[in-house]
Ligand binder design. Structure first.
Ligand code: HSE
Length: 316
């Protein structure tokens, strides 16, 4: 008898400015769902259908779900055929961790369905391998946030990949350009823009900013966290490729945003608000910025989301 279950994973915003590849935050703005069926025999992952409001342009054959699922089956030496129906609610190529969320839901779902009890580090690793397919090199920030929820911190260490998820409370505003091209391997091309070397002074400055970002969010000092979002290196390298970045930043800061950054590899942006009410004010400011700069964009508020959850009881 096949085992069956449905899982939900939220989108995420990686980097938050100074935390390139090291931090991401799960946000309740959008989510993906995967219905997974696992049956003994073979070692295959098949995406049977892609549905939902953001399904257009999502390949069934080259889906992150397949790479993430296979990486888990191979890594754990399991012989199962896994069939997946993907409901896509996270906009594609937006910088909101869409493929990472799918990968997270798939590995957490398979682990749950097959009672594997895998450690978060292993799940993050397998989901990250799925991400490799879309980004070229693995980065674990988005998958860690969608998997575990909250503010995810992830790093390679001498003891392998380590992850930590902090339950933080913060309110954000996302600006998502609508006329963006769905570029295959967009993250990969945005990563090619990054410098090979940075001056030592910038390296030192970034460490201070990242410490303020994480420390500020951890203790609820959003003012300090917002200042910590002021990244130099990655933002400078990518800014030309993010539409209306300067305008959205200026209007948001004028309206009192505590921090502002490119979301992941862009082209979306993210602003940190003082509280829920302030986030609503920032929405107006950011909408104005996109209007003035002649780009259509969806602007919406978001707060911190939990990790992957099971929607329906497992059937076996
Ligand atoms: N940290 C990654 C990057 C996130 O900025 O390239 C991509 O979603």
């Amino acid at each position: 008898m096949p085992r069956r279950g449905e899982y939900l994973a939220y989108c995420s915003s990686a980097n938050l400015g100074s935390g390139f590849d090291a931090v991401a935050i799960a946000l309740n703005a959008f989510y993906d769902r995967v219905l997974i069926e696992a049956e003994k025999g073979g070692r295959r992952v098949i995406v049977e259908a892609v549905e939902g409001p953001e399904a257009e342009g999502v390949s069934r054959e080259e889906n992150t779900a397949i790479y993430a699922g296979l990486s888990l089956l191979e890594g754990e030496n399991l012989n199962y055929t896994v069939r997946i129906r993907l409901w896509k609610g996270i906009p594609l190529s937006a910088g909101l961790g869409g493929s990472g969320a799918t990968a997270a839901a798939v590995v957490a779902g398979i682990s749950d369905l097959l009672d594997l009890g895998l450690a978060p580090e292993k799940l993050v690793y397998y989901a990250g391998e799925g991400e490799k397919a879309s980004a070229g090199s693995p980065h674990y920030d988005n998958v860690a946030a969608s998997l575990l929820g909250g503010l995810a911190i992830v790093s390679r260490t001498r003891a392998g990949i380590k992850v930590l998820s902090l339950r933080v409370n913060a309110y954000f505003v996302l600006g998502i350009p609508q006329d963006r091209l769905v570029i295959p391997k967009k993250t990969e091309s945005m990563r090619r823009l990054l410098p090979e070397f940075v001056p030592f002074s910038e390296y030192v400055a970034e460490k201070g900013l990242l410490s303020l970002l994480i420390g500020g969010l951890a203790v609820g000092n959003t003012e300090l966290a917002g200042l910590g979002m002021d990244d130099i290196v990655v933002t400078r390298a990518r800014s030309q490729h993010v539409p209306c970045l300067r305008e959205a930043r200026e209007e948001s800061l004028k309206a009192g945003a505590l921090g502002f950054a490119i979301s992941g590899a862009g082209p979306s942006v993210i602003a940190l608000a003082r509280d829920r009410q302030h986030a609503a004010t920032l929405v107006d400011a950011m909408k104005r910025a996109y209007e003035n700069c002649g780009r259509e964009a969806i602007v919406k508020t978001a707060s911190v989301a939990p990790g992957v959850s099971r929607l329906h009881d497992r059937a076996s």
